[in-house]
Design a binder for this molecule. Structure first.
Ligand SMILES: NC(=O)c1ccc[n+]([C@@H]2O[C@H](COP(=O)([O-])OP(=O)(O)OC[C@H]3O[C@@H](n4cnc5c(N)ncnc54)[C@H](OP(=O)(O)O)[C@@H]3O)[C@@H](O)[C@H]2O)c1
Length: 322
């Protein structure tokens, strides 16, 4: 089958280890199923894997990808949940210390077919296209859990999203707006901030700008470059939910004093559960949300999508069709 794999890793030149080519068809062990993928989508996670973060070199070559939607062996239309718990784990799989994401231990979704545990199949709502469904399992699920499980905000609250244009950031804006939250964004680029406003954000600010008032919660995925601004932008008792550190995980200042003096909550968030993915898919359809898609290309042209992401040019999700 055609697949997009990591064959080597380089922190400085991640695309040097990217291969688009033929790989063996996946085999499904007991309790697993092969899904015939119709669409899959790119995440920053795939770039980290090519840089050698989170994917040990001794597991290469590895088919990349955490996002996919397709048809299972019984003909059902499904969205694939990417979090694979360790054998025997019960409860919230994101809390399993031995859980992996597809493409970390088992081959991923940037392929014509993928093998996944049967419990990881979520019905694809009829109202979603293949391309839209493929956007949901990683960036959108992460945004859903950040906002609705971990942020402790109610409709009418003001939420700041650090970054405006990426997969998680656009999902946060679209989900939060649909749920009655007042969504503010920052961006390194004015035009990308304005696009977020067109998508539903209430206001956009330059990265690091002083805000007109303090916010109830900050959604942080940028990391070092925005950490101090996130702490300074919160009202006392507010919450930072952090799920990523694209610009690095060592901020110049940890801001410990402000965190305890303002009694801030700092909450880590990673992916979401299968049940959250099912609720997310239903919410997206019921609320009439159309996930922002940066571009759709055949899987054979995946390298161009990776190039856009590494350059920091994407707006929304980069989707591939098989
Ligand atoms: N914990 C989890 O489960 C989980 C799940 C999904 C993603 N993540 C992490 O979240 C991060 C975002 O993922 P993604 O897929 O949304 O990536 P992406 O599509 O490449 O988006 C990158 C985002 O970073 C923003 N950004 C702002 N300042 C930046 C800077 N100095 N350097 C680089 N980027 C900057 C960009 O905003 P502007 O261009 O508008 O400024 C954009 O919104 C990644 O680090 C990813 O690994 C974690």
């Amino acid at each position: 089958m055609l697949a997009v794999s990591a064959v080597s890793q380089s922190a400085d030149d991640p695309l040097s280890g990217l291969e688009v080519g033929e790989r063996p068809d996946p085999q499904a062990p007991d309790g697993w199923v092969v899904v015939d993928l119709r669409a899959c989508a790119l995440n920053h996670h795939d770039v980290w894997s090519l840089k050698g973060v989170g994917l040990p070199a001794d597991r290469l070559p590895m088919v990349l990808g955490c996002d996919g939607a397709g048809v299972s062996d019984d003909g059902a239309e499904v969205v694939v949940h990417a979090v694979v718990p360790s054998p025997g784990w019960a409860g919230d799989e994101t809390l399993d210390p031995r859980r992996t994401l597809l493409s970390e231990l088992h081959d991923g979704t940037l392929a014509e077919r993928v093998a996944v545990p049967r419990r990881n199949l979520v019905p694809k709502p009829e109202g979603l296209s293949w391309e839209q469904a493929a956007c949901l399992p990683t960036a959108w699920l992460t945004a859903y859990r950040m906002l609705f499980t971990n942020a402790a905000v109610a409709p009418g609250s003001t939420v700041l999203v650090q970054g405006a244009a990426g997969g998680v950031a656009t999902a946060l804006v679209q989900l939060g707006t649909a749920a009655g939250l007042r969504m503010w964004v920052t961006s390194r680029d004015g035009a990308r901030g304005e696009h977020a406003v067109a998508l539903g954000a209430d206001r956009a600010f330059e990265s690091g700008a002083r805000l007109p008032e303090r916010v109830d919660a900050v959604m942080e995925t940028v990391g070092a470059a925005t950490w101090s601004h996130s702490v300074n932008s919160l009202r006392p008792g507010g919450t930072i939910v952090i799920s990523g550190a694209t610009s690095g995980d060592a901020p110049a200042k940890a801001e410990l004093t402000k965190i305890f003096f303002k009694q801030l909550r700092v909450v880590g968030s990673t992916m979401g559960t299968r049940d959250e993915l099912e609720r997310l898919a239903r919410f997206v359809v019921d609320a009439g949300i159309e996930p922002l898609v940066d571009s759709v290309r055949p899987l054979a042209q995946a390298r161009e999508g990776f190039t856009r992401m590494v350059a920091g040019s994407v707006e929304g999700k980069v989707v591939f069709t098989t």
